[in-house]
Design a protein around this ligand. Structure first.
Ligand code: HEC
Length: 146
């Protein structure tokens, strides 16, 4: 009996050590505030793919607002597609971005040339796009810590 209880407290200790080893590196990352780069962030990458397919013709492949439709909008002297490389997009509320993407520009008193995507894209695809838009400024020297 004595032997069993020694054994089991040993395995409890071992389990604790394993847990500490697994959890500590994550804590270290959280404490230093370092995050995975957008390039290595799977949600960012998924958003980028959807963006390339549905949004780039207006907002540009690099999300800088210079898609091929931008030329036409300039000629028509109408609102240009937004440029998502600038710092303000780091802190655009998710709920606002989701709304514009789902319901289109006109529903938010913006350009009717921003189409609604709520029926074409899944909720997950829209969430990935929101994530992509909010992290794009990080590729252009803007930091979310500021
Ligand atoms: C046919 C052109 C076109 C396409 C395609 C398009 N957009 Fe837009 N989008 C616009 C225009 C033009 C505006 C600017 C609206 C304004 O400022 O009045 C805009 C604005 C936006 C805004 C508002 C940003 C802000 O400044 O507040 C978001 C978010 C957005 N688009 C996301 C997307 C996403 C995501 C996609 C792809 C799923 C997409 N757009 C596809 C033309 C387009």
């Amino acid at each position: 009996m004595k032997k069993i209880s020694t054994l089991s407290s040993f395995s409890v200790l071992a389990a604790c050590l394993i847990t500490v080893n697994l959890v500590l590196p994550l804590n270290a990352i959280a404490a230093t505030g370092s995050r995975v780069e957008p390039g290595a962030d799977p949600t960012f990458q998924a958003g980028k793919k959807t963006f390339g397919r549905y949004c780039a013709k207006c907002h540009g492949k690099g999300a800088d607002g210079e898609g091929r439709m931008a030329r036409l909008y300039r000629k028509l002297q109408t609102q240009l597609p937004s440029n998502f490389t600038i710092g303000v997009y780091l802190s655009r509320p998710d709920i606002y971005l989701r709304e514009v993407i789902s319901k289109g520009g006109a529903a938010s008193a913006m350009s009717q040339y921003m189409p609604p995507f709520g029926e074409e894209l899944s909720q997950e695809q829209i969430d990935n796009l929101v994530h992509f838009i909010k992290r794009t400024p990080e590729l252009h020297g803007f930091s979310p810590e500021k």
